[in-house]
Write a protein that binds this ligand. Sequence first.
Ligand code: FAD
Length: 500
Amino acid sequence: MNVQQQIRAASADSTGHFDVVIAGAGISGVGAAYHLTKQCAGTSFVVLETQKSFGGTWLTHRYPGIRSDSDLHTFGYRFKPWTSAPIATAAEILSYMGEVIEENALGPHIRYQHKISSARWSSEENLWTIEAIRTDTGEAVRFTANFFWMCQGYYRHSEGYTPEWKATESFKGRIVHPQQWPDDLDYKNKKVVVIGSGATAATLIPAIARDSAHVTMLQRSPTYFRTGRNAIEIAETLRALQVDETWIHEITRRKILFDQDAFTRKTFEEPEAAKKDLLSAVEAYLGPDYDIATHFTPKYRPWRQRIAFIPDGDLFQGIKAGKASVVTDEIERFTETGILLKSGKELEADIIITATGFNLSANGDIDFSIDGKPLDFSQTVTYRGMMFTGVPNLVWVFGYFRASWTLRVDLVADFVCRLLNHMKDIGARKVTPALRPEDHNMPLLPWIDPENFNPGYMMRGMHLLPKRGDKPEWQHNQDYWAEKDEFPAIDLGDRAFVYE
Ligand SMILES: Cc1cc2nc3c(=O)[nH]c(=O)nc-3n(C[C@H](O)[C@H](O)[C@H](O)COP(=O)(O)OP(=O)(O)OC[C@H]3O[C@@H](n4cnc5c(N)ncnc54)[C@H](O)[C@@H]3O)c2cc1C
């Protein structure tokens, strides 16, 4: 602990003891709070959130066109029906989350503008001491808890990732990262270059193409996209039949998950056929003369990186209409008027948007310690991507990349509530995951196999993440279709859980 932190810790006001402290009021934290109230009645808890309101990702990102890239039947919770078009704007997601908070009286449990700075476990007291800084007053406050439920997401909200390029300072226009979208950015009739071709670029470009003079998507390498109508046929049919929305939500979820499972399996078993399906959908928008091989054909197998859904092909429609274009090249350096590419070509720009991704933050930038010793998560082994060897009474929600994140929020919550109820039943105050005798020779590997899933932010931050083993218990396999059956069957008496 540095001197500043010691001073703060010494002066922190205690604001009470809770059975559970939840970090973050994004879709994971609000889901965790809901499930606690329903499945662990009588458990006291508080949600500590840095920002002024709930929503996490959907509050931080304010760039034009911000929307989900997966459907809201599965990105929404299983317990609250989604009743509109499947791809939703940030505003619609915030309003849905607001309803969950309101309908379940979760509001009084959430403390906004509380940024957790440290979490210290004491085995003597069997408690976490969690300190937060109030971002409105600068005051340090302290909570104690039996259990810490980390719902702080996976990336740093305060700043996005921007690679280093040569001569950025020479550019006379504005450089903007979508994670810090300025309210006063006027792109009307301006030439805009968007660096990157992930989900953010694909959402932003159609939204600004209408008003700007021209938007160029500059990518080093192409990305896969899925496209189709922003509607789900089975939901439309059931709605026309006046079926209850609860049923529509459940049936539509099952249909989406069934189809996604089939497609994911195809990407592993018949990658060329899956690739052809994706590329022919793009060709249907852009026509046979467009250079799809250069601009939309990635070198990797589909699903090794997230595949964004483009509703109604709006990105491709913008390209077809000439309002947007794609350049696949590398940046040599910035110039006064734009970007010089390695090919020698120069892109003129009034505004450059760096849609270049996130900075991974495995622990919400919280200083963790256990019995006075700093905790380095990268030296732990993960139990199913949610608990960590040697770390007592703590769960982290890390969702899915190939399926909606929230599917795992519900699954992890069921597990945590079952675990908390079990501890109560057996009178345990502490549970710590530990490798069993049969696990001791298990190879310890990086958090995720890069052959399986390898976006830039994971590759840049992999060394910070806990390790995985080669057995299902000791990894986050990103497979919802397996975990939906495995999680409810987890044996809480397994020797991987050490109770005291
Ligand atoms: C633009 C964008 C679009 C996306 N679209 C999809 C999609 O369509 N489908 C999908 O499945 N996934 C999507 N994702 C991934 C997405 O981030 C997750 O699905 C989901 O929103 C994560 O929710 P979360 O609550 O776990 O984390 P976050 O949304 O990151 O929220 C975490 C919250 O914790 C708070 N917090 C962090 N550290 C602390 C601390 N130390 N103290 C207190 N509070 C803290 C943060 O302020 C934040 O409010 C998208 C991501 C981005 C950036």
